[in-house]
Structure formats: structure tokens, C-alpha cells
Design a protein around this ligand. Structure first.
Ligand SMILES: Nc1ncnc2c1ncn2[C@@H]1O[C@H](COP(=O)(O)OP(=O)(O)OP(=O)(O)O)[C@@H](O)[C@H]1O
Ligand SMILES: [Mg+2]
Length: 417
């Protein structure tokens, strides 16, 4: 996990200062009940605001928030028991008519999907980081063809940053924290997100979060399940699948791999396959994603996958079983290849233990039969492997970041306000 150095409020954003956290804290030590912090003493200056409740200026309520800020879905789990999630979408009315119709300046989540024809839609995260803040695999995502491209991409990056800020603000509002409470939030980011990506996330968080930490998504999933050793965790999201090797200490960059074959790639493969197989059928990308989320499978014994989509405007039953299985199965080889890299580069004595404890999480892990397909492919290519699923694919990341938030001592937090 990476957190930023404890910088003053003013100095944090501009400097690319990060440091590796040397220890995972004490996972067993549950500080759940600790929702109040004394100001001063061991606590950060930034958290020691004087507007404490009940006229007590030595203590202030703290709400811990675990946030899985995902490319397609953002989920929060909070110390006050609130758990919420929404599609990571922001929409602004396209014109005055749209504004009058919608009666809002800005829409979020599901409302954006429903009213998208009247909206300029932003999905501000790409491959798990803010668009334009640098690709996790390639830190320079700007146009390479001179300043026009660079200006355009700066402009887009600024718009995405604005949308990301709105999204973080909205997610924190969903936590329903009392107005005077301090918000301490751990945000999950892709395993290989760069320092630049982290700075962008911190910038987005600044207005609504008092203290923040960023940690790798698959590590958060593992920590939330108390799996701290002998396991390989895979978090299959929309933009990226993140893999992390757990071996009893804090994972470092050698323990983590991010691949960009995940839910979005499956959608795009499914779209191409269906277009080729059924050229007269009319459908949108959203319809493809909806069909996948309803019927995703790699198992051909599950019955036919049928959708009712228009042909020349007339609703028609279309069989997309073969295309669905092929698109969903496309993720298996790259995942096993990445698993193989993490296994092969590990101490040979412990490799079998890792292979036999593969944990699948993230929205993309809900593909029917995926665990069995990965384990069959591991048998063939890695000499065996056992795969289990997390219990709550949508909240596993948020649950884990919340647990980290509760467990981490004050010196690990970046103070934003
Ligand atoms: N039932 C389902 N079957 C298969 N895929 C699904 C299902 N439900 C959601 N997905 C897919 O899971 C992906 C989203 O997963 P998740 O919410 O974990 O991603 P994210 O955290 O937003 O993305 P990332 O981690 O890449 O930033 C999307 O591609 C979505 O279409
Ligand atoms: Mg995710």
C-alpha cells in the first residue's frame, strides 16, 4: 500500500511525495468502537478542528469511510453502518431545455443512465484512475502529437477531474456523516496506479474528506477478509483486473499485477462478436453491458442466452449464447497468465500454497462458472489451482478499505483539510 507523506494541508497536492508503508498495522486490533478521536497529542493537527460537538473542544466525532472508487461502480462502507453503491457516472444537462426538463444542474449514477440522452455524460475514471491523470500501466497518457493534442487532453483531464470531484463528494454525502464530523476515508486504487494517479485522487478528495489514505484494491479485498498470507487475490473490475499476492507482510509492487482485460474489454469483445454473428440486429453498448450483467457465463450447460432486440425496428428474439461464452471466457487466459507470473516469481517452497488459494472478487467475478474455468485453465497451464469467490463482490473492496481505515494509526493518514 502507498500513502502519501504527512504533508501540511497546503503542500500536499503539488508535490509527488509518496512513501511505502512498512507495516500493515495490526489487523486483529479492531478499533471499530473508536469513533471519537482526541485532538492534539498523537493526532494530526488537521483533524484537530475546534468545532467539536456538545461544546467539547477536545473530541470530535470521526466517520470512517471505505471507498471503492471504481471505473464503473463506486461503493462505500462506513463506520456508521451505511453501505451504498452507484454507477460511477456524472451527467450535466446538454442545454436549457434539458435543464428545464431535469430540474437539476448535475445528475449521478443510475439517473445518468436513464436520462443520458439529455446529458453530457462523464465516466471520470478509466482503468481505475482519473482519466488524464496517467494510465496505470503507462504513466504518460497525453497526446504525443504536439501541443494541440496536449491542450485537448488537458481540457478533457480538467473536465474529468471536475466530474471525479463531484463523484467523490456525492459518495461522501451518501455516508450521511453529521455535519461536524471528521471524515477519514481510505480509497482503493488499481494495484499499479502511479504516484501521479494518486495525487489526482487526493485532489478529488480534498474538498470533502479530512484525512485520506490510498491503498491497492486487491490488497483491500484481502485485508477485509482477514486473508493476510498464502493467497492470490484477483479483483475483476470494469477497466482493470488487479492481482495481489499475500504472503504475511505488506505487499509491494512485485506482489501486484494490473491487467487491462476486465469487464469493459469483455463488453467490447461481446459487441464485436454479436455484430458479426447478427449484422441486422440493432443494439447499443449499454444493451450489451446490461445483457452481460444479466447473463454472463462461461458454462454452456446453463441454457440459452436469449435477448429481445430490434431488427428493422421490430423486437426479435436473438440467441447470443455462443458469443456470451466466448467473450466471458476471453478473460481466463490473461488472468491465469498473470497468476502464473506472480506464482513463478515467488519462493518455490510456497508456490503451491498460493496456487491453491486464489480468491476472486469484483463485479466481473460474477460471471457464472468463472472460478471453475480459471481453475481448469490453471490445471492445464500451471499444474493445478483452487479458486474461491468472495462473498460480496460489490462491497468486498469497500469493506476492506473500511477495515484498513479503522485499523491504521494516525501517522499513516494524509491530512487534506
Ligand atoms: N453479474 C455480472 N456478471 C458479470 N459481470 C458483471 C456483473 N455485474 C457487473 N459486472 C461487471 O463488473 C464490472 C464492474 O465491476 P466493479 O464494480 O468491481 O468494477 P469497478 O471497481 O468499477 O472497476 P475498476 O476496478 O476497474 O475500477 C463491469 O464491467 C460490470 O459490467
Ligand atoms: Mg474496482
Amino acid at each position: 500500500m502507498t500513502t502519501t507523506n504527512k504533508l501540511g494541508r497546503e503542500g500536499a497536492a503539488g508535490e509527488a511525495a509518496t512513501r511505502e508503508v512498512g507495516s500493515a498495522g495490526s489487523p486483529g486490533g479492531d478499533s471499530t468502537a473508536d469513533t471519537k478521536h482526541a485532538s492534539g497529542g498523537g493526532r494530526s493537527a488537521a483533524s484537530a478542528r475546534s468545532d467539536a460537538p456538545h461544546g467539547d473542544d477536545t473530541e470530535q466525532a470521526v466517520i470512517y469511510v471505505g471507498m471503492d472508487l471504481g471505473t464503473s461502480r463506486t461503493a462505500i462502507a462506513c463506520s456508521n453502518g451505511v453501505r451504498e453503491s452507484l454507477p460511477s457516472l456524472i451527467g450535466y444537462p446538454k442545454d436549457v431545455v434539458a435543464r428545464k426538463l431535469l430540474g437539476e444542474e448535475i445528475l449521478f449514477g443510475k439517473d445518468v443512465i436513464e436520462r443520458r440522452l439529455s446529458l453530457d455524460v462523464y465516466r471520470p475514471l478509466e482503468k481505475g484512475v482519473i482519466k488524464g491523470s496517467g494510465n496505470p500501466a503507462d504513466s504518460d497518457s497525453k497526446g504525443a502529437n504536439g501541443s494541440a493534442d496536449a491542450d485537448a487532453s488537458d481540457h478533457e483531464a480538467a473536465k474529468n477531474m471536475r466530474a471525479a470531484k463531484e463523484l467523490v463528494k456525492y459518495a461522501i454525502r451518501m455516508a450521511r456523516a453529521p455535519a461536524d464530523a471528521l471524515v477519514h476515508c481510505v480509497i482503493g486504487a488499481p494495484a499499479e496506479a502511479s504516484i501521479k494517479n494518486h495525487q489526482a485522487l487526493l485532489e478529488a478528495a480534498r474538498e470533502v474528506i479530512d484525512s485520506v489514505m490510498i491503498c491497492s484494491e486487491p490488497f483491500a479485498v484481502a485485508y477485509g477478509m482477514d486473508v493476510l498470507t498464502d493467497a492470490l487475490v484477483i479483483d475483476i473490475g470494469a477497466g482493470t483486473a488487479d492481482l495481489c499476492r499475500m504472503h504475511g507482510t505488506m505487499p509491494d509492487e512485485n506482489d501486484q499485477v494490473t491487467i487491462d482485460h476486465a469487464g469493459d474489454r469483455i463488453d467490447s469483445i461481446l459487441e464485436d462478436l454479436v455484430r458479426k454473428a447478427h449484422p441486422t440486429v440493432q443494439f447499443s453498448r449499454q444493451m450489451i453491458t446490461d445483457a452481460k450483467e444479466k447473463f454472463a457465463t462461461v458454462d454452456d450447460s446453463q441454457g440459452r442466452v436469449m435477448v429481445r432486440w430490434p431488427v428493422n425496428g421490430k423486437p426479435t428474439d436473438v440467441d447470443i449464447t455462443k458469443q456470451m461464452i466466448e467473450a466471458c471466457h476471453s478473460i481466463v487466459p490473461p488472468i491465469v497468465e498473470a497468476l502464473g507470473r506472480l506464482v513463478a516469481s515467488f519462493d518455490p517452497e510456497f508456490q503451491a500454497k498460493l496456487r491453491n488459494n486464489v480468491i476472486l472478487g469484483g463485479g466481473g467475478s460474477q460471471i457464472r462458472g468463472l472460478g471453475d474455468a480459471i481453475s481448469a485453465y490453471m490445471d492445464e497451464h500451471l499444474g493445478g489451482g483452487k479458486v474461491v469467490h468472495v462473498e460480496e463482490p460489490v462491497y468486498a473492496g469497500a469493506n476492506g478499505t473500511l477495515k484498513i481505515a479503522k485499523d491504521m494509526p494516525p501517522e499513516f493518514w494524509e491530512q487534506l483539510r
